[in-house]
Design a protein around this ligand. Structure first.
Ligand SMILES: [Zn+2]
Length: 215
């Protein structure tokens, strides 16, 4: 998970307010979805897959049919159906990647390719964020492992994408291609949070060298 700040758009909140006043208003208006997507760089904010085939606009705070939450611009985030379905209303409160610029450091992702692809999630909460951090860790663990027969398979596909991203990063590092490395850990890259941790833990010198150059 990385910091993905939302653009301040009072005009979009005005659209949402108008929709909220309708009997069957929708928060899935083109302008809304477009900005939610841009702010998230087209990535699911939870798993950070940049090529999700099933997309949803997710409510950070479960709305439970409360119109204020359902039609609140600041509560809308871009997610894949797998992560959103995993989250449901069960994981709350979680860290807010759109407001909290320290989320990356609070959720440590350790990816190993051998003997089989495995991703460990560790919480390192800042004071006062213990509950949010713990819930985020448990949510991501479930998202990466899957509990139901269907979600297990979805998670397996997600891990296959992570393997490819991990291989790409390894090759860029081995080839001393610093531009490529920076691209693979930049905010718009798939699994940027995980990739940054791989660099930070396994290649600390390179990480400290490029860290300031990452958007
Ligand atoms: Zn996802």
């Amino acid at each position: 998970m990385i910091f993905l700040p939302k653009t301040d758009r009072p005009d979009l909140q005005a659209i949402l307010d108008r929709e909220a006043a309708k009997a069957s208003g929708s928060y899935l208006k083109e302008e809304i979805v477009d900005q939610v997507e841009k702010d998230s760089h087209g990535k699911c904010y939870l798993c950070e897959d940049a090529e999700p085939t099933s997309i949803q606009v997710e409510h950070l705070v479960p709305h439970r049919d409360d119109a204020r939450l359902k039609f609140s611009w600041s509560n809308l985030l871009y997610a894949c159906a797998h992560c959103n379905g995993t989250k449901g209303a069960r994981y709350h409160p979680i860290l807010d990647c759109s407001r909290d610029n320290s989320v990356w450091g609070q959720v440590k992702l350790v990816f190993t390719r051998f003997p089989k692809a495995r991703i460990e999630v560790w919480g390192q909460p800042v004071p006062g964020k213990e509950t949010q951090c713990e819930n985020t860790v448990r949510l991501l663990e479930e998202s990466f492992q899957g509990k139901t027969p269907i979600r297990k398979r979805e998670s397996e596909n997600l891990r296959k994408k992570m393997i490819r991203a991990d291989i790409e990063l390894s090759q860029a590092i081995q080839g001393n291609d610093q531009t490529r490395v920076i691209g693979l850990v930049s905010a718009e890259a798939s699994f940027a949070g995980m990739q940054r941790w791989t660099l930070c833990l396994n290649h600390p010198d390179l990480w400290s060298e490029i860290r300031s150059q990452i958007a």
